[in-house]
Design a protein around this ligand. Sequence first.
Ligand SMILES: [Cu+2]
Length: 190
Amino acid sequence: MHGLHNISRGAILIASSFVLLMNAYAADTKAPANDKQMIVSAMSAAPDKVAKGATIMAMEAGGKMRTLREGTNGFTCMPDNPATPGPDPMCMDKNAMEWVHAWIAHTAPPAGKVGFMYMLSGGTDASNTDPYATKPEPNNHWIKTGPHVMITGADASFYDNYPKSADPDTSVPYIMFAGTPYQHLMAPVK
Ligand SMILES: [Cu+2]
């Protein structure tokens, strides 16, 4: 009787710590969004009229892109990436899209293709020094930037005009990922 009592107590303890573990997991993992939610998220990155004409694409596991809606104006909007802590939807022109593809694929961005990107939904956080960091670490200079636009793929001489500190003042223009193939201008709009 005693033995059985102990076993069931143990089972309850295991079950309740499992529930705690699952709650902790749920708390720092965003629920997967459906297509409609992803379109709303993606469109929040650009001014209304730009977002309305844009193609909407979502990144699937493994970096594969899926088209949620075809557009007409040459812009592509992508919803918040749930793998990163802050909201980071973005809307970009064709050259910036090629730049993003290069970044995801760890390849060199195409030369001579300056790109433009909106990230108007704000609250974006990222490592300012590691293009592939997904969460804050002791030495990866995790920073937050409000609503901003970005210039990608410009010549080094363009980026040399702006601060390249690892811990920049994000309320004024600065260079993210300075000194890497993915350095780009971050310019706040508010
Ligand atoms: Cu940005």
